[in-house]
Ligand binder design. Structure first.
Ligand code: FES
Length: 294
């Protein structure tokens, strides 16, 4: 049995749903503003925010642990612990936002990840309290213990990102496996007018929307967590053109560029170039989205 196989057991432990589900619902109740959710997911920078902030938090704590080895560097260690505790606030907020839009297996591991991190923060608070009373060595011991617990929490977070693909771009493969050459997908008249449809081109599914002479085509697999976008609704994207809303967690993508209007997705949908030859629709995958389909 490899150590990380045990984490898979956590993901399957339905008993954790007793905690995970109410927490997910509570986050949804608190986080109601779309602009706040988008900011916490990292839509504004095109990358999940939580792992970026976590580097500052964990980096500060780990550095403090090294400085604490010598009594002469306890003061800068204390300053770093303060930085870690302050930065933990936005780090945790971004993590909870992502958590609420995860799937059940991710949320089961997520509650244990959060519990370990909560214990770590409590340990660092005790460390600061000891230092404030002039007990530097006791403060260092609290800090090292908290760092050990935080390492477990960080490992679980890494497992969620790398093994469970939380925060990963689930449409990343399209430009690699979608056909770069024009590929026939059938008569253009077979497409419904102004409604999402699904076509297979090469080995991949594509969301196709025809409106008059214009045809838009995006990767059908949502970049956030692989939902079938052709089952979503079409909406006006806050004045940014026609968009599709993901049926699972509500990410909104522009049809013309695939760019993200609202999260939780942070990566754009890959697009396809479209053309009609002899009444038949042909598609060819572009590079990553952001390049308008033509
Ligand atoms: S799968 Fe989550 S927003 Fe699309």
């Amino acid at each position: 049995m490899r150590p990380f196989d045990d984490i898979d057991r956590l993901a399957d432990a339905e008993v954790l749903d007793k905690v995970a589900a109410p927490l997910r619902d509570a986050v949804h109740k608190v986080l109601t503003r779309q602009d706040v959710k988008d900011a916490l997911h990292g839509v504004w920078m095109g990358h999940p925010l939580h792992p970026v902030l976590a580097q500052l938090t964990i980096g500060s704590f780990a550095s403090a642990g090294i400085l604490d080895v010598s009594p002469r560097t306890r003061r800068p260690a204390t300053a770093l612990i303060l930085v870690g505790l302050v930065s933990a606030v936005p780090t945790a907020a971004a993590g909870w936002a992502d958590y609420a839009d995860g799937h059940e297996e991710q949320q089961r591991v997520g509650v244990v990840h959060a519990a370990a991190n909560g214990a770590m923060l409590a340990g660092y608070a005790a460390s600061l309290a000891a230092r404030a009373r002039g007990r530097g060595f006791r403060g260092a011991l609290w800090g090292w213990a908290a760092l050990a617990v935080g390492t477990v929490g960080a490992s679980l977070g890494g497992h969620m990102a790398y093994h469970q693909a939380m925060g990963a771009n689930h449409a990343e493969g399209y430009p690699h496996i979608g056909p770069g050459d024009w590929t026939d997908v059938g008569p253009v008249t077979d497409l419904p007018e102004g409604e999402p449809a699904r076509r297979i081109v090469g080995d991949v599914g594509v969301l196709v929307v025809k409106r008059g002479e214009q045809v838009h085509a995006l990767a059908d697999r949502c970049a956030h967590a692989s939902a079938p976008l052709h089952e979503g609704d079409l909406v006006d994207g806050d004045g940014r053109g026609e968009c599709v809303v993901c049926p699972w967690h509500g990410s909104v993508f522009r049809l013309d560029t695939g760019s993200v209007v609202h999260g939780p997705a942070t990566a754009p949908q890959p697009t396809f170039r479209t053309r009609v030859r002899d009444g038949r629709l042909e598609l060819a995958v572009t590079g990553h989205a952001g390049v308008p389909a033509s």
